[in-house]
Design a protein around this ligand. Structure first.
Ligand code: ZN
Length: 376
């Protein structure tokens, strides 16, 4: 297949870490790499050109949000998501399944904290073999999301990489419920593949490895999915309540994924997790954390996170970080940023976001350099 391919450039002698290139119709993604989240087809506070200037190679967008607003048909009419948002570089969309889970349980961390007591909210009406019936958070309309519908919506949106429709079972789940969800999600993934193969549309389809923290189920998931012609593999489902659980799980399952296909760790992008997961051979990571932190005035530096408004910054007439080549650090001082946050000026969000994205882009370039030198 010419429109999508993956090439491993180098595998570290020290670990499973690898440097690779994912080729898509909208350009190359150097791996390992960070994927910023632009839920509604926009990185919050950043337009597409600015995101490209910050060096962001792959952006994540959410099908659930886009199908409700502006609707996948409107995006198709615009000529696809790239044209619509004027982004020339690669985009990945998810299936909407994750949002179904978030609607039902209030988000992963909330659900974990609730110790399993949190039940379905009124927005999810039914989850059965066919799919999920839910109420739109926008206008209350009933919507049935199925594997076929998810793929059709993602075809209309037109991202370079799309993801199979799956169910994210809660962290607090009985072994019987996990197994039931496991079997159903793999049937949904097969239906997603069948729908995708009817019209590949120059898109790559990633399957999602499931099984929660049950290592045998995770291995079984790898076995089922790698036997089918998916273009890559995302690691999803509950990956644990802390980093240790996630790393244990990844350490066991990464050897069960094919080396010649790209993989993606869903929803993880904090720096300690990257430090732990890059050596395990993860290729791409998405997280809203760096952009969200930026809007809260938390600036990433090599010495950790810096609070824009912390004492002393009012007269810090220097860049956020010396030597940073980002647009913000090239043109503005930390003192000015501190002032913008204190004055509730919206420009603060833009400038902080540019810096944090640039930081992540550079961090990943550093990982690639270290892997090439067999230091990671
Ligand atoms: Zn900077």
């Amino acid at each position: 297949m010419s429109y999508f391919s993956f090439k491993v450039i180098h595998t570290s002698k020290k670990s499973r870490a690898r440097v690779g290139k994912i080729y898509t119709p909208h350009g190359v993604i150097d791996t390992p790499n960070f994927v910023a989240v632009g839920t509604n087809g926009a990185l919050k506070a950043l337009d597409s050109k600015t995101a490209e200037l910050a060096g962001l190679q792959l952006m994540f967008a959410n099908t659930y949000h886009l199908m409700l607003q502006p609707g996948a048909d409107a995006i198709a009419q615009a000529g696809g998501i790239h044209t619509f948002m004027n982004r020339t570089q690669p985009i990945i969309t998810d299936s909407g399944g994750f949002q179904v889970f978030s609607l039902a349980y209030g988000g992963v961390s909330d659900e974990i904290k609730s110790k399993g007591t949190k039940q379905h909210s009124n927005s999810v009406l039914k989850i059965n073999e066919e799919g999920v019936l839910f109420r739109s958070y926008r206008d209350g309309a009933k919507i049935l999301l199925t594997a076929e519908r998810s793929i059709q919506e993602q075809k209309k949106i037109g991202a370079d990489i799309i993801v199979c429709f799956d169910e994210l079972p809660p962290y607090h789940v009985s072994p019987e419920s996990l197994k039931r969800s496991f079997d159903r999600t793999h049937r949904w993934e097969k239906r997603s593949l069948d729908e995708h193969l009817k019209n590949k549309n120059n898109q790559a389809l990633y399957a999602v490895v499931h099984g929660g923290l049950d290592l045998e189920l995770r291995k079984k998931s790898c076995k089922i999915l790698t036997a089918l012609p998916y273009d890559g593999f995302a690691l999803g489902g509950s990956v644990g309540k802390n980093r240790e659980e996630m790393i244990t799980m990844l350490t066991h399952i990464m050897p069960h994924l094919p080396e010649d296909k790209p993989n993606h760790l869903l929803g993880i992008g904090d720096i300690p997790s990257l430090d732990a997961a890059v050596p395990l051979g993860i290729d791409t990571f998405d997280s809203a954390h760096p952009t969200k932190a930026a809007r809260h005035g938390l600036l990433f530096t090599k010495n950790g996170r810096l609070r824009a408004i912390q004492g002393g910054n009012a007269t810090a007439f220097r860049p956020i970080e010396d030597g940073c080549t980002c647009y913000t650090c090239q043109h503005y001082t930390l003192a000015y940023l501190c002032h913008l946050f204190k004055a509730n000026e919206l420009t603060a969000f833009t400038l902080a976001t540019i810096h944090n994205i640039h930081f992540m882009v550079n961090l990943m370039a550093d990982y690639r350099e270290k892997i090439l030198r067999d230091e990671v």
